[in-house]
Ligand binder design. Structure first.
Ligand code: DAH
Length: 328
């Protein structure tokens, strides 16, 4: 019986000293463990006693075990509460770690800028598929089979039946849109295009264009000239000198080419093709060319970015080189 009383003191002292949940767990083993626990061992001694002693000592032992378990539970709750308290009280006001944040790629920035400028001129942004049929990429744009104009674009064909291809320009989106909508409207179509070309400083297998289309009862080339001058001035953030030259595209008549000259430079840079949408194209989408007309234009996005930011090689855009990307 004396052993039992000192045992209780011993356990209390042990619990008192315990400061972690892990240490508390091993105390549980030490006293109550199923195999080697001190209390378990004492219970195992009971059969050696007389009936009378068994009843007395057994009762005390049971009560003692009950009390000790309560002490243990109390300590457990205390330590657990302390732990939660520590977690809840870290200092939110300490300065955070400085992490490097990414940003939009230069091509995405330019794409966004173009859309914003045209949105300001009341053009909606429209997107179209990158995989096209021959019909949309060529035929509907007045480029018949065997027409020499098809040679202007070396096409990447897909092994599909019926024949499909990676669009060589964003112009097919004109056809998609006109078939689904009635004029008047004005749209801008940024998008990725593909050509089977040897790459060099100014050519890539995949690049981006932006296409414009404005159709109405009397939309004309003077309207185009105004719109596109607005665009260049806003894009380059300065007054840009512009030159319009006659050219040829199967889907426009007349067709023109636009050159720009930046302030302080002598050189004319060719930046886009344009023209009045050809009557054949208007008929193809179900419009009456005697009732509606309009202009279309298309230019390379990388080309504009290269001019604006003095980028010497188109391949930088797709290099994934952080030294390049971080400059913008
Ligand atoms: N699709 C032409 C190209 O890829 C560019 C172009 C020229 C688009 C004249 C037009 C246009 O909408 O009217 O070279």
């Amino acid at each position: 019986m004396r052993d039992l009383i000192s045992l209780k003191e011993e356990v209390s002292a042990d619990l008192e000293k315990t400061t972690s949940l892990a240490a508390l767990e091993s105390l549980k083993n030490k006293y109550f463990g199923r195999k080697a626990g001190i209390l378990t061992k004492l219970f195992e001694e009971l059969p050696k006693l007389s009936l009378e002693e068994k009843r007395e000592v057994g009762g005390v032992l049971n009560r003692l075990r009950g009390e000790l378990m309560i002490l243990w539970d109390q300590k457990f709750e205390l330590l657990q509460a302390e732990e939660l308290d520590r977690e809840a009280h870290f200092d939110l006001t300490l300065p955070g770690k400085k992490v490097e944040r990414g940003h939009l790629h230069i091509l995405s920035q330019v794409n966004k800028k173009i859309r914003e400028i045209f949105l300001g001129l009341n053009f909606s942004t429209v997107l179209g598929p990158e995989v096209e049929t021959e019909y949309y990429n060529f035929d509907a744009l007045n480029i018949p089979p065997n027409h020499p104009a098809r040679d202007m674009w070396d096409t990447l064909w897909l092994a599909t039946e019926p024949k499909k291809l990676l669009r060589t320009h964003t112009s097919p989106v004109q056809v998609h849109y006109m078939k689904e909508h009635e004029p008047p409207f004005a749209i801008i179509v940024p998008g990725r295009v593909f050509r089977f070309e040897a790459t060099d400083a100014t050519h890539e297998v995949n690049f981006h264009q932006f296409e414009g289309l404005m159709i109405g009862a009397d939309v004309n080339l003077a309207n185009f000239k105004f719109v596109i001058q607005q665009f260049f001035d806003k894009f380059f953030n300065k007054k840009v000198k512009m030159r319009i030259r006659p050219s040829f595209f199967p889907f426009t008549e007349p067709s023109v080419e636009i050159d720009i000259q930046l302030p302080g430079t002598e050189r004319w840079l060719e930046v886009m093709g344009a023209g009045m949408v050809h009557p054949h194209v208007l008929e193809e989408v179900g419009y009456n060319p005697n009732k509606v007309q309009g202009f279309a234009f298309g230019g390379g996005l990388e080309r504009l970015a290269m001019i604006k930011y003095n980028i010497p090689d188109i391949r930088y855009f797709y290099s994934g080189d952080l030294r390049f990307i971080k400059q913008f």
